[in-house]
Design a protein. Structure first.
Length: 199
């Protein structure tokens, strides 16, 4: 975890503004960026089994989730961090997404659907995430990563086994204009949320 944060902080240091509490003068619109990546550091796994979450792979809010197609631009806060991760053999970027949304109360906020479906990547990523405002900003994240099984067989890896399934399920208060790291021994997500300037 420290290594991921060090990479991200190094890449983003020139762009980090002073953080102000999100409860003061809440902006109407936020820019949200998400980078999700596979971690290939075997020592993080220890002797625990992180797989076999096959049964519980339902995603909250999936029926009405919003689909987004925009990827971060080359001058976005997480672009350089994603490039640094991709250049390191111990990480593999699975998805980069960006969208704009208001920070509504939790009851009024829809989930955003994330997926790498349609790519040649042998790992299958699917998830839903939502940003909402109570007194502070919060992010709920539900991600499922499948490794092996049908998807890998379709790209040339013959296997009769069920896929290994890994999950991140977390609800967290976050800070705007700051890197928020959601981690798991098998994969992780960087989330950046910034108020859109009013002109």
């Amino acid at each position: 975890m420290k290594r991921i944060l060090a990479i991200a902080l190094f890449c983003l240091a020139p762009t980090l503004p002073t953080w102000a509490a999100s409860s003061a003068k809440n902006p109407d619109l936020y820019e949200v960026e998400v980078v999700i990546f596979q971690t290939k550091l075997a020592y993080l796994e220890g002797e625990e089994l992180w797989a076999r979450d096959i049964v519980n792979t339902k995603l909250p809010g999936l029926k009405d989730a919003i689909r987004v197609n925009d990827s971060p631009s080359i001058d976005s806060p997480l672009w350089q961090a994603a490039g640094t991760l991709e250049a390191d053999a111990e990480y593999h970027v699975l998805l980069r997404k960006r969208w704009l949304q208001p920070a509504d109360p939790q009851s009024k906020t829809k989930w955003v659907y994330l997926s790498n479906t349609g790519t040649a990547d042998p790992l299958e990523l699917e998830g839903t995430v939502r940003l909402y405002q109570s007194r502070y900003l919060h992010v709920d994240m539900e991600l499922v990563l499948r490794e092996g099984g049908i998807r890998e067989a379709s790209v040339g890896r013959s296997t009769d086994e069920l896929p290994s399934v890994y999950r991140i399920s977390e609800q967290r208060r976050i800070r705007s204009n700051k890197i928020n790291y959601f981690d798991h021994p098998k994969f992780g997500a960087l989330v950046w949320v910034a108020p859109v300037d009013k002109k």
